[in-house]
Design a protein around this ligand. Structure first.
Ligand SMILES: N[C@@H](CCCCC(O)O)C(=O)O
Ligand SMILES: [Mn+2]
Ligand SMILES: [Mn+2]
Ligand SMILES: [Mn+2]
Length: 279
């Protein structure tokens, strides 16, 4: 696997401070070294920097639209570049509104994508239906053709055109991905850490009980890796200010790293080199 990493330290798709710290936490836990350790080549493109946006009043019910639109325009360009340079793209969030730019930039490569959305939430509210106004609960509504007429004109969103067909999205109920769901399109995996149970991944903005066990979370990444179709993955919503204790943060960040390693070939029996000789 050849992997390109882009960090998106962005939090304005929701209201809890801290999620912008996710990218560097995940790097500090050894993502690059561990990917290399399992045979990947890795290019780290660093973190995007996002300008502060003054006066960003709500549009419809969507909060902070200018900041979210601008950040995702930058992210889309960065992801498109990483894909054009031949890597599988790893986008480290930041909140889940970043899937807008990540998937848009991935789709700009020309191939029609399938999206595997692993999440405790559907993230498909529109700016007019959202109960909270937080755009991290809306990304899918901007991306699929079928909801185009439901999206009002939003400041800093004019660059965005829907790029996914609804039938190419699968929301995993986190148990298994059926064979017929293995559509022959490059896969964009959008992984929200809050899909995992809060007992394992408490450091996130919108925890919900009854989430995935570690094994279930990893199983999905192993299964998708085996398809050979994984072309880009988002790992979002790690928020160290929400984990309560230090080891809650540690557990969350380590799970995020392990999930990404599972996407790129780590197997449970250990990634030992095939030519190992018993001394
Ligand atoms: N459905 C809620 C909660 C969304 C949580 C977003 C997360 O999954 O990225 C909302 O729309 O605000
Ligand atoms: Mn989400
Ligand atoms: Mn979620
Ligand atoms: Mn979330």
């Amino acid at each position: 696997h050849s992997v390109g990493i882009i960090g998106a330290p962005f939090s304005k798709g929701q209201s809890r401070d801290g999620v912008q710290l996710g990218p560097d936490l995940i790097r500090a836990a050894g993502l690059v070294e561990k990917l290399k350790g399992q045979g990947c080549t890795v290019k780290d493109y660093g973190n995007l920097t996002f300008e502060e946006v003054a006066k960003d009043e709500t549009t419809g019910r969507a909060k902070r639209p200018r900041a979210v639109g601008q950040a995702n325009k930058q992210l889309s360009e960065a992801v498109r570049k990483i894909k054009s340079e031949g890597h599988a793209c790893v986008m480290l969030g930041g909140d889940h509104s970043l899937a807008i730019g990540s998937i848009h930039g991935h789709a700009a490569c020309g191939t029609q994508l399938s999206v595997v959305w692993v999440d405790a939430h559907a993230d498909i509210n529109t700016p007019l239906t959202t109960p909270t106004g937080n755009i991290h609960g809306q990304p899918m509504s901007y991306l699929i053709h079928e909801l185009r007429s439901k999206i009002p004109v939003m400041p800093n969103f004019s660059w965005l055109k829907p790029c996914i067909a609804a039938e190419d999205v699968v929301y995993i109920g986190l148990r298994d991905v059926d064979p017929e769901e293995q559509v022959k399109k490059p896969i964009h995996l959008s992984y929200d850490i809050d899909a995992l149970d809060p007992s394992l991944a408490p450091a996130t903005g919108t925890p919900v009980v009854g989430g995935l066990t570690y094994r279930e979370g990893i199983y999905i990444t192993e299964h998708i890796c085996q398809t050979g179709l994984l072309s880009a993955v988002d790992m979002v919503e790690v928020n160290p200010k929400r984990g309560g204790t230090d080891n809650g943060v540690r557990s969350t960040v380590d799970a995020a790293v392990d999930l990404l390693l599972g996407c790129f070939g780590r197997v449970r029996e250990g990634s030992h080199s095939a030519d190992y000789k018993i001394p």
